[in-house]
Design a protein around this ligand. Structure first.
Ligand code: AMP
Ligand code: MG
Length: 492
C-alpha cells in the first residue's frame, strides 16, 4: 500500500546543526476538529485517510507516519528589534515535505507537538483558540489570494495547557512553501558559520529561486528575490487591511508567505496607526509601519548574507545596498497598482496615487470602515445615485462627496462600461474578511462550549470573500463602535 504521505525531505538532508531530530510527544485524547479537504487533495493526500483514526493519530503527533523525519529547525531572530541568537522551533515539528499536484514542494509541520531542545521555558504546546485563529485567518488569506502558509488540519489533544488560564490544547498541521525565515539565515551568520550560510542559501535557491541559481551572482539574485516577494506581500497586506502584529525577523518567511498568525488582526475603521497586539506598546508593527519594518528585516537578511555577496566587505555592502534599494520601488508599484484596482481604474495616470491617498486620509479622518468603504465604492461605480451606502460610512458624508467628484471624473477617463468597473471592483475589494469580533465569537464558542459551528460557518463564508453572500451578511458588518480598542495576544 502507498504510504499516506509521499515524503521527500530535503531539509532533513542538510547538515545536522540545522535542526534537532526528535519525534512529536503523544497526547492523551486526540480528536479531529477539521481536515482541509481541498488543500489535502491539492497536496495529493487523501482527506478521508487524514480524518481516519490512523490519520488523526498522525495529526496529533501520536504516530510518526512512514517516510517522516521529524525535526525542529534552528533559527535566530530580532524580536521587537532585539537580537536573540537562538530561537528555533520550540513547539513545532517538521514532519517532512511533499510535492503537490502542482509540482510544488511543501512542508508539513505539526504546531503544538510538544517540547523540543528549542522550547526554553515553553511547554511546546498550542491552545485551541490560537490554533483556530490561525486555521481560519490563514485560510481566509489564501482565499483572498494572498501568499500564506495554510492549515491542513486541526485536532484537539484532550489535554489542558496552562496560559493565563487553563485552556484546551490543540495541534495545527501547517503547510508552507518552506518554514525558512530571515532568522534562519541570522542563526548561521551570528555564529560566523559561512559554510552553513552557504548551504542554507543554496537550499533556498533550489527551492524558491531556481532562476537565481543560473544567475551570474546567485546569492545577490536570491536576496533580490526575497526582497521582491516581501515587497509584494506587504503591499497585499495593506490592500486588505491586514496587520501582522509580530513582524520579528523569525516570523518573516523567505518564501514570501504570510507566516505566524499569533496576534494578527484586520482593520475595521481605517487608521494607519493601528497596532492590535497587546505587547506592541510603541506601535512598531502598526498597520502603516509594515513596509518600513519589512525593509528593516530585509536589511538584517542582507547583513546576514554579506559573506556570500562578495569577497571583500565594501563590495558586499554595495551589493546589499543596491538590492535593498529595490524594495521601495517594488513596494510602491505593487501598492499603487493595487489601490488603482480597488478604485476601479484599469490604467495608471498621473495623480492616481494622490486620488487614492486622499481617500485614505478622508477615511481616517471620518472613521470609515476600510473593507466596507471599498466594497461599497464598487457599488457606487454604477453612478452618482448609488453613492449613498458608501458616503454614509463617513462621519461627515460631505467630505466624501468632494472626493467622489474627482473619482468619477477619473473613472470617466477610463471609458469602461460601469458594470465592468463594478465587477472589477468586486473582484478587488472583498466583502468578507475575518472581522475581529467574529473571530473572537468563534473562539469563545469553541473554547467555552465546544461549539465548532461558528468556526465552520465563518470558514465557509471566508472561503469566498469576493462573492456577495446575503446569508452571511452578519459577517460583513463591522463591530459596534468600529472596533476601537481591540487587543490581541500572542498565542504562545
Ligand atoms: P512566536 O512568538 O510564536 O513567533 O515564537 C517565538 C519563539 O518562541 C519561537 O522560538 C517559538 O518556537 C517559541 N515558542 C512560542 N510558544 C512556545 C511554547 N508554547 N513552547 C515552546 N516554545 C514556544
Ligand atoms: Mg514565530
Amino acid at each position: 500500500m502507498q504510504p499516506p504521505f509521499p515524503f521527500d525531505n530535503s531539509y532533513a538532508r542538510l547538515p545536522a546543526r540545522f535542526f534537532a531530530r526528535l519525534p512529536p510527544t503523544p497526547v492523551s485524547g486526540p480528536s479531529l476538529i477539521r481536515v482541509n479537504g481541498p488543500l489535502a487533495r491539492d497536496l495529493a493526500l487523501d482527506p478521508a485517510w487524514l480524518a481516519s483514526g490512523e490519520g488523526v493519530a498522525v495529526l496529533a503527533g501520536n504516530r510518526v507516519p512512514e517516510g517522516a523525519e521529524p525535526i525542529a529547525t534552528a533559527y535566530a531572530g530580532h524580536q521587537f528589534g532585539h537580537f536573540v541568537p537562538q530561537l528555533g522551533d520550540g513547539r513545532a515539528l517538521l514532519l517532512g515535505e511533499v510535492v503537490g499536484r502542482d509540482g510544488a514542494r511543501r512542508d508539513i509541520q505539526l504546531k503544538g507537538a510538544g517540547p523540543t531542545p528549542f522550547s526554553r521555558a515553553g511547554d511546546g504546546r498550542a491552545a485551541l483558540g490560537p490554533v483556530l485563529r490561525e486555521y481560519l485567518v490563514s485560510e481566509a488569506m489564501a482565499a483572498l489570494g494572498i501568499p500564506t502558509t495554510r492549515a491542513l488540519a486541526a485536532v484537539a489533544t484532550g489535554e489542558r495547557v496552562i496560559r493565563e488560564s487553563v485552556l484546551p490544547g490543540a495541534v495545527l498541521t501547517r503547510v508552507a512553501a518552506s518554514h525558512i525565515r530571515v532568522g534562519t539565515f541570522q542563526f548561521f551568520a551570528a555564529r560566523g558559520d559561512t559554510e552553513g550560510l552557504r548551504a542554507l542559501a543554496d537550499h533556498v535557491i533550489a527551492r524558491h529561486d531556481p532562476e537565481a541559481g543560473a544567475a551570474e551572482a546567485p546569492y545577490r539574485a536570491l536576496l533580490d528575490g526575497v526582497i521582491a516577494r516581501q515587497a509584494d506581500l506587504v503591499a497585499r497586506w495593506l490592500l486588505v487591511g491586514f496587520v501582522h502584529g509580530v513582524m520579528n525577523t523569525d516570523n518573516m518567511s523567505v518564501a514570501g508567505e504570510t507566516i505566524d498568525y499569533g496576534p494578527c488582526a484586520f482593520l475595521d475603521t481605517y487608521d494607519p496607526k493601528t497596532a492590535f497586539s497587546s505587547i506592541d506598546r510603541h506601535g512598531r508593527y502598526a498597520y502603516g509601519n509594515q513596509p518600513r519594518i519589512a525593509l528593516w528585516n530585509l536589511t538584517r537578511l542582507a547583513e546576514a548574507l554579506l559573506p556570500l555577496l562578495a569577497d571583500d566587505e565594501a563590495a558586499a555592502v554595495a551589493e546589499a545596498e543596491a538590492a535593498l534599494g529595490g524594495f521601495a520601488p517594488r513596494f510602491e508599484a505593487a501598492y499603487h497598482e493595487g489601490l488603482n484596482r480597488k478604485l476601479g481604474l484599469a490604467t495608471r495616470r498621473e495623480g492616481d496615487s494622490d486620488l487614492a491617498s486622499d481617500l485614505l486620509a478622508l477615511m481616517a479622518e471620518n472613521q470609515a470602515d476600510f473593507t466596507l468603504t471599498f466594497r461599497r465604492l464598487g457599488e457606487a461605480a454604477a453612478g452618482p445615485g448609488a453613492g449613498e451606502p458608501v458616503r454614509s460610512l463617513f462621519v461627515d458624508p460631505t467630505a466624501f462627496d468632494g472626493w467622489a467628484l474627482r473619482w468619477r471624473e477619473r473613472l470617466a477617463a477610463e471609458a469602461r462600461d460601469p458594470s465592468a468597473t463594478a465587477a472589477a471592483m468586486r473582484a478587488a475589494n472583498p466583502a468578507f474578511i475575518p472581522r475581529n469580533h467574529r473571530v473572537e465569537e468563534m473562539i469563545e464558542a469553541a473554547v467555552e462550549r465546544s461549539d465548532f459551528a461558528p468556526f465552520e460557518n465563518l470558514l465557509r463564508v471566508l472561503s469566498r470573500p469576493y462573492d456577495d453572500q446575503p446569508a452571511g451578511a452578519r459577517y460583513a458588518e463591522p463591530p459596534e463602535g468600529g472596533g476601537a480598542g481591540y487587543r490581541t495576544f500572542c498565542g504562545t
